[in-house]
Ligand binder design. Structure first.
Ligand SMILES: C[S@@+](CC[C@H](N)C(=O)[O-])C[C@H]1O[C@@H](n2cnc3c(N)ncnc32)[C@H](O)[C@@H]1O
Length: 276
C-alpha cells in the first residue's frame, strides 16, 4: 500500500529537509510553498492538517521543493512578495522587495507632513515598484514617476501599480538614474534604493540572493558607484531648480548607512548557510 502524505506530514518532511539544506526559515518556506500549491493561505494548512494530498498536488510540491533546494528564492517560486502589507508580483527580473526597505517609506511619511498634499515624488531605480507604489498608496493625492534602467523591471513595476490600483498616479519610465526625469518640474521628494553590493562581494552572497538580477545588486567597486553618480546628477538638477526658484529634496545619507547594515546581514546569511 502506498504511503499517505497528509498536509502535516509533508510539512514536517519538507521543513526537516530545508533545515538540513541550511535554508533560512525552513518551516515558513515549506508552508508558503504548500499553500501556493493548494491555493490557500497558510493558516488554512493547519485547519486541514490531516488531509491527504492528491498525486498532482504532491508532484507540484515536489517540483517546488527541488527548485528551492537548488537556490531559487521562494518569492520567485510563488511569484509574489508582500511589502508594507501590499502584494507585489516578482520574478527573476526584479529584486525581491525587502522588509528593511519599509524604513524608506517610514522616513518619507515622517518627513512630509500632511498626507493629503499633492506631492510630486520621484523613485529612482524602482525595480518591482515597491517604494513608488507604496508611497502612492499611502499618499492619495501624490503623483509618482518611477525610473529603472531595466525594461523588464519597469514593465513589472507598471503591472504592480495596476495590481495595487495606483496606476493612475504612478508612471514608470525606462532609463539611467535621473535621465528619464529630464525636463520635469521639481520634485518634492526624491527616493531611491540603489544597488549597493560591492561587485567583488556578489559571489559570496547567499545562493538565493545571487539569483536576483545582477543589475539590482552591483554597486561597483565599493558599492557606492551609483549613489555617487546619483548625487552628482542631483546636484546639477538642484542648481537648475534653484535657478528656477524651486526646491527639491534628497536624503542619501541614511540610505548609505542602511546599505552597509543590510550588506553585512546579507553576508552573515551567506556565511551561516555555508557553515551548515
Ligand atoms: C536594489 S534594486 C531596488 C529595487 C526597489 N527600489 C526596491 O527597493 O525593492 C535596484 C534597482 O536599480 C536598477 N538600476 C541599476 N542601475 C540603474 C541605473 N543606472 N539607473 C536606473 N536604475 C538602475 C536595477 O534594475 C534595480 O531594479
Amino acid at each position: 500500500m502506498s504511503e499517505t502524505w497528509t498536509t502535516l506530514k509533508v510539512l514536517d518532511w519538507t521543513a526537516n529537509r530545508f533545515t538540513r539544506a541550511g535554508i533560512p526559515s525552513p518551516r515558513l518556506e515549506a508552508q508558503v510553498l504548500l499553500a501556493h500549491v493548494l491555493g490557500c493561505d497558510r493558516t488554512r494548512l493547519y485547519m486541514d492538517f490531516e488531509k491527504p494530498l492528491g498525486d498532482d498536488e504532491l508532484a507540484s510540491y515536489r517540483g517546488l521543493i527541488q527548485r528551492r533546494l537548488s537556490g531559487e528564492p521562494v518569492a520567485y517560486l510563488v511569484g509574489h512578495q508582500e511589502f508594507w502589507s501590499l502584494s507585489f508580483q516578482v520574478g527573476p527580473e526584479v529584486l525581491i522587495p525587502r522588509r528593511d526597505t519599509e524604513t524608506v517609506i517610514e522616513q518619507v511619511l515622517d518627513q512630509i507632513g500632511a498626507r493629503d498634499a499633492a506631492l510630486r515624488i520621484a523613485d529612482v531605480a524602482t525595480g518591482s515598484g515597491a517604494i513608488a507604489i507604496t508611497l502612492a498608496h499611502e499618499l492619495p493625492s501624490a503623483s509618482v514617476i518611477a525610473t529603472d534602467l531595466s525594461q523588464a523591471a519597469a514593465a513589472m513595476a507598471t503591472d504592480n501599480a495596476a495590481r495595487n490600483q495606483v496606476d493612475a498616479r504612478v508612471e514608470v519610465r525606462v532609463g539611467d538614474l535621473l535621465a528619464p526625469l529630464a525636463g520635469e518640474a521639481p520634485f518634492d521628494v526624491l527616493v531611491s534604493n540603489l544597488p549597493y553590493v560591492p561587485a567583488g562581494d556578489i559571489e559570496g552572497l547567499a545562493p538565493e540572493v545571487q539569483r536576483e538580477p545582477r543589475l539590482a545588486l552591483d554597486g561597483g567597486d565599493d558599492g557606492l558607484h551609483l549613489l555617487r553618480r546619483l548625487i552628482a546628477r542631483r546636484a546639477g538638477a538642484a542648481q537648475r531648480h534653484r535657478a528656477a526658484g524651486a526646491r527639491a529634496r534628497i536624503r542619501p545619507g541614511r540610505g548609505r548607512a542602511r546599505a552597509h547594515r543590510r550588506h553585512r546581514r546579507l553576508r552573515a546569511g551567506a556565511d551561516a548557510a555555508r557553515s551548515r
